[in-house]
Design a protein around this ligand. Sequence first.
Ligand code: FE
Length: 350
Amino acid sequence: MLLRRRIAQLVGLVTLASLSHVALAQDKVLNIYSARHYQTDEVMYDTFTKTTGIKINRVDADDAGIVARLRAEGAASPADVILLVDAARMAAADSQGLFQPIKSAKLDAAIPAHLRATPTADGVTWTGFSTRARVIVYDPLRVKAADVATYEQLADPKLKGLLCTRSGSHPYNLSLFATVVERLGDAQGEAWLKGLVANMARAPKGGDTDQIKAVAAGECGVALTNTYYAARLLKSGKPEDRAVMERVRVVFPNQGSTGTHVNIGGAAVAKHAKNREHAIQFMEYLSSPFAQDYFANGNNEYPAAKGVKVDNAALKAMGGANFKAENIPLGVVAKNMTKVQQMLDRVGYK
Ligand code: FE
């Protein structure tokens, strides 16, 4: 009888303890606005909550939707962390005052400085947590490998009538062009863009996957794509997608010189974050090897943190496990974006 009462007391204590734990957990929240939508991310979020007791509320939208929502909400916005892809989008949101700078010794140590916003005295606004390379895809029946080894060669008259790209103003191209202009200087950079326009097989249209398919279909001889689109086709369950990748070749450009352009999927702390410390804690978590694996592989990307290895069969298959990456700070995208857009207008790059 005494024993039974003792057990009942113990059970009561355990129940009370777990209830207070739940109550505490509900007090600790983090609101994320995310432009990422990958199944594997759930494990990444759940593990953060399990280890920290911080509950995550997530709003999923596309990049434009997230920016519009943040602007509309203003200081009342509940957003703590913003997840966006591409430095050009990060830079655009940053220039609208939607982020706040942070200081974190952990992030400084884990993430290469060139994959983050240009630091100020107040800290760093956005940080890359995965990378994707912008590679050349070509038709080996129409184009020689030696003629598409660099971005610069895409403007060579040898490739007249063969080049296909998506819109020049798309963030993926704006970012690449911003780093090319940084390397070549304004005059040569604009001449290069003019050369691309002169080599077009058709007016820019569609997304990166459409460019790869157009090369396989013989409509274009050479095109640009982010690596994860090629990886998706390689891994596809549809035989026709895999046939596309068998038909084309992938080149990691500028291996003998400045390296292949890489961009980021990244995160920033929202300007009006109410849970700033949780937000920084979450970003530090994203740089851990465990989270990096999910963050990168969810979209067939590369881990951004130093020392974390690529574990993706499709990326390895296309020769992208070990390549020389460009190390121009992606902060130059913010600096050059408007200038590049004006160049695109002048050279008639749609
Ligand atoms: Fe994309």
